[in-house]
Design a protein around this ligand. Structure first.
Ligand code: SAM
Length: 323
């Protein structure tokens, strides 16, 4: 752990700087969604994936369970697997088991959440012929390290599942895919999970469940700021708010101030007054059309070689091959 002159760890300092800058934004205030995933946030996200209203994870799991064998036929052995934002890695077992049946596998789960990596080891550690090398890093730092550790004869398979790509706005998503491509060699592969547009009702409910689990996940970000940065958010004075932006095909999660109130965050040297009804935007979940993926692939240095679509909950698993 690195301590700075003020006694803060570098990680806390980065968190404070990011929070201060996002909350000071002119117009719409924001908080970076990556900070939703502390230990409690990670546990709450796992609970979200079990909600009847959140069909996304089950859809992707069905695709991976049914088609892992077909997906891997496109990749010559030996393969090293890197997963960006692995979370618990629960769905990944279908890929890893299918691969382990044909060869010993090295798997690099990358996540900023230490709790997620521990869970991932618990979920997948029992599969024979797999060595797991968890990297507690941000996506591209982790990918850089995993790519540097690959053997020269190995094909790299990068997994970016759960439609996490939808958390980026479209230009940033393409920039991110292009940055991934820079770490790959021609013939390496990216499995990209993308949630597909569906009825507004189903999309809203997936992020605003009646049990209130997603609301707790969202509000925990304020609680985390209180715990780690000396904030004084009064949680009952904010409420979870979800809206669909039709023009941008995007679900947005916000935290809405239920009254005029002043909030301070000591470590970010920040004080502001929220108006009643004012919101903080905490997460974007862009929804895709199946037909737009080949174009996105081409513009970012890949070829979209195959797509598998779940019909019960519109979701696409896309196999992109580095050009
Ligand atoms: C939406 S969850 C998806 C988890 C899993 N891949 C799935 O499909 O269920 C996003 C995951 O990415 C991690 N994450 C978020 N931002 C990250 C970043 N900048 N670098 C590395 N991991 C990140 C979170 O901790 C979380 O585990």
């Amino acid at each position: 752990m690195m301590l700075s002159q003020t006694g803060q760890t570098d990680a806390v300092r980065e968190f404070a700087v990011a929070v201060g800058a996002s909350l000071r934004k002119m117009g719409q205030r924001e908080l970076p969604s990556m900070y939703l995933y502390d230990d409690l946030g990670t546990a709450l996200f796992d609970a979200i994936t079990l909600l009847p209203e959140y069909g996304l994870t089950r859809a992707e799991e069905r695709l991976l369970r049914r088609h892992a064998g077909d997906m891997l036929e496109h990749l010559p052995p030996p393969v090293a697997v890197v997963e960006l934002g692995s979370g618990s890695g629960r769905k990944t077992r279908w890929i890893l088991e299918a691969l382990a049946n044909r060869e010993p596998v090295t798997y690099f789960p990358i996540d900023i959440s230490a709790a997620a990596l521990i869970k991932c080891h618990q979920e997948l550690g029992h599969i024979g012929a797999i060595s797991i090398v968890g990297l507690e890093k941000s996506y591209l730092e982790g990918l850089q390290e995993a790519a540097a550790r690959r053997r020269p004869d190995q094909t790299l398979l990068v997994l970016f599942l759960g439609s996490t790509i939808g958390n980026f706005d479209p230009p940033a998503a393409e920039k991110f895919l292009h940055d991934i491509r820079l770490h790959l060699k021609p013939g390496d592969a990216l499995f990209l999970g993308t949630d597909v547009e569906k009825s507004v009702h189903d999309m809203q409910l997936a992020y605003d469940d009646p049990t209130g689990v997603t609301a707790a996940f969202n509000l925990n970000l304020l609680a985390r700021i209180n715990r780690e940065l000396g904030g004084d958010f009064v949680l009952p004075h904010f409420e979870h708010h979800v809206q669909y932006q039709e023009m941008d095909c995007r679900i947005e999660m916000h935290l809405r101030s239920t009254r005029r109130q002043t909030v301070s965050i000591r470590a970010a040297d920040f004080t502001c007054t929220f108006r009643e009804g004012e919101t903080i935007w905490t997460e974007a979940c862009h929804k895709f059309r199946v037909e737009e993926i080949p174009g996105i692939a081409r513009r970012t240095g890949f070829l979209c070689e195959a797509q598998w679509i779940d019909t019960e909950w519109a979701f696409a698993e896309n196999l992109l091959i580095a050009d």
